[in-house]
Design a protein around this ligand. Structure first.
Ligand SMILES: NC(=O)C1=CN([C@@H]2O[C@H](COP(=O)(O)OP(=O)(O)OC[C@H]3O[C@@H](n4cnc5c(N)ncnc54)[C@H](OP(=O)(O)O)[C@@H]3O)[C@@H](O)[C@H]2O)C=CC1
Ligand SMILES: N[C@@H](CC=O)C(=O)O
Ligand code: NA
Length: 427
């Protein structure tokens, strides 16, 4: 027996499916007793069909989604086009036509996930998206299954391969920003619009999805604060190094008594923390939970092979659900009312880099500002000034979001001071 699937989009990730199906033919036969067959591939235009054929791919290529929707032999649609439209329309049409959907589209799931999941439920079909978060790491499945017996209190993630690859190359091998981005694009890591990768937007989408699986709470994209690697200056990297830290783009979701708080930001990570050694295109999700304690899941966050391997695992899962009569069951069954944390309850250590006049009494002024917000210093470093200006780096003991905002405002208001940067410090 065969399972017919249709593929929407045949780019970096999608074009890896034929090879992967072939490589795993024997194992798939044993697990499923059915053959997965790509029976239609939707491409953009005739020119693309000609190019793809020339590359040696010989499939029934189509230019209209209707040909897939009207084909009753197709039970699974695999969306790998990316972006919101027409992906949302096509996925909705497929679900409404009684076809299950597998996708790697985090933008779509983060923004319209609730609506699409409801549509899947109404039509008793599956909607799976393991590859949408941390490419090759089976993190969503792990959260849905293995953490069912645990309560997660905090999740930290390096979940964007492109920005992590770029930071690693820029810091360790002195590549320029442009060179690092160009190579990340050539290697197939970056989104079609890499702004999402470098500005923390892609990681924010992934956090929104992780929040549903880990905390059972849905966050809109705007409820996940985000900043990106463009906020990091070379001097921050050097100071971090001297103080015993590395800087990475980290997503954090934490649950406190009043609710959850989620943020993507360049973050100081102690060199002793397991996340500090996540380099290049690798991703990791570090979890603190009441039962297991601390755990970390590590693997490639982007790239054709890891990503399409996750996609195929979802396809296999959907086929199994079809076979055992549980196809309408949701990928994630943990859901509770979303409550956002009060800013007073969200606490972290912070790094501040401040430019001051290079003269007597400046340090006292800094102490006064921080003390007025009840903040105390944990580490302080003053770079040798030029007689006119000096840079002071401070790591504070834990501050809540209100204290942080007030200190930033006071430093920005202070005549002659310039707040160069302020970044979260994890411990
Ligand atoms: N690359 C990676 O490492 C990872 C990617 N993802 C996700 O996987 C998805 C695919 O990514 P990726 O393969 O890298 O992206 P690509 O841009 O390489 O591939 C997408 C393909 O879909 C085609 N396409 C877009 N719109 C249409 C349309 N309307 N009709 C037909 N074809 C269309 C594009 O054609 P054209 O080039 O003409 O626009 C392109 O060939 C995205 O959602 C991405 O976020 C997830 C994890 C990792
Ligand atoms: N562009 C993304 C691809 C995977 O989600 C990344 O770099 O992480
Ligand atoms: Na994954």
């Amino acid at each position: 027996m065969t399972i017919n699937i249709a593929l929407l989009g045949f780019g970096t990730v999608g074009s890896g499916l034929p090879g992967l199906l072939l490589d795993n033919q024997q194992k798939l036969g044993m697990i499923l007793n059915q053959k997965i067959v790509i029976s239609k591939i939707l491409l953009r235009d005739q020119e693309t069909i000609n190019r793809v054929k020339k590359d040696g791919f010989d499939y029934p290529f189509v230019l209209s989604m209707d040909e897939i929707l009207q084909d009753d032999s197709i039970s699974i649609v695999v969306e790998l086009m990316g972006r919101l439209e027409p992906a949302k329309t096509y996925i909705s049409q497929a679900l409404s036509a009684g076809k299950s959907v597998v996708t790697a589209n985090k933008d779509l799931l983060a923004i319209h996930g609730r609506e699409l999941r409801a549509l899947a439920r109404e039509n008793h079909v599956a909607l799976y998206y393991e590859a949408a978060v941390a490419g090759g790491i089976p993190i969503l499945r792990t959260l849905a299954n293995s953490y069912a017996s645990d309560k997660i209190t905090r999740l930290l993630g390096v979940v964007n391969g492109t920005s992590n690859f770029m930071m690693s190359k820029m810091v360790e091998e002195s590549w320029s920003y442009d060179e690092a981005l160009r190579v990340a694009q050539e290697l197939g890591y970056a989104e079609s619009d890499p702004t999402n990768d470098v500005d923390g937007i892609d990681a924010g989408y992934k956090l929104a999805i992780l929040s549903e699986f880990a905390f059972g709470m849905s966050l809109s994209a705007s409820e996940v604060q985000h900043s990106g690697i463009r906020e990091i200056d070379k001097s921050d990297v050097e100071i971090a190094q001297q103080l015993g830290y590395v800087i990475k783009l980290v997503g954090e979701i934490v649950e406190v008594e009043s609710g959850i708080f989620a943020e993507v930001s360049p973050t100081f990570i102690p060199k002793t923390h397991p996340l500090s050694s996540v380099n290049g295109v690798m991703n990791a999700v570090f979890i603190e939970s009441l039962g297991i304690g601390e755990s970390m899941f590590y693997g490639p966050g982007a790239g054709q092979k890891p990503t399409i391997t996750s996609v195929l695992a979802d396809i296999i899962r959907v086929v199994k659900r079809m076979n055992d009569g549980t196809i309408g069951k949701s990928f994630n069954e943990y859901s509770r009312e979303t409550k956002l944390a009060r800013p007073e309850d969200v606490k972290n250590k912070y790094y501040f880099s401040i430019e001051t006049p290079d003269s007597t009494g400046q340090f006292l002024r800094l102490v006064k500002i921080f003390t007025s917000e009840d903040a105390s210093f944990e580490q302080v470093l003053q770079q040798k000034g030029d007689g006119k200006r000096a840079i002071v780096a401070i790591i504070c003991h834990s501050l809540n979001q209100v204290q942080l905002k007030n200190i930033r405002e006071k430093l920005n208001r202070e005549v002659d001071f310039s707040l160069l940067n302020s970044l979260k410090v994890i411990y």
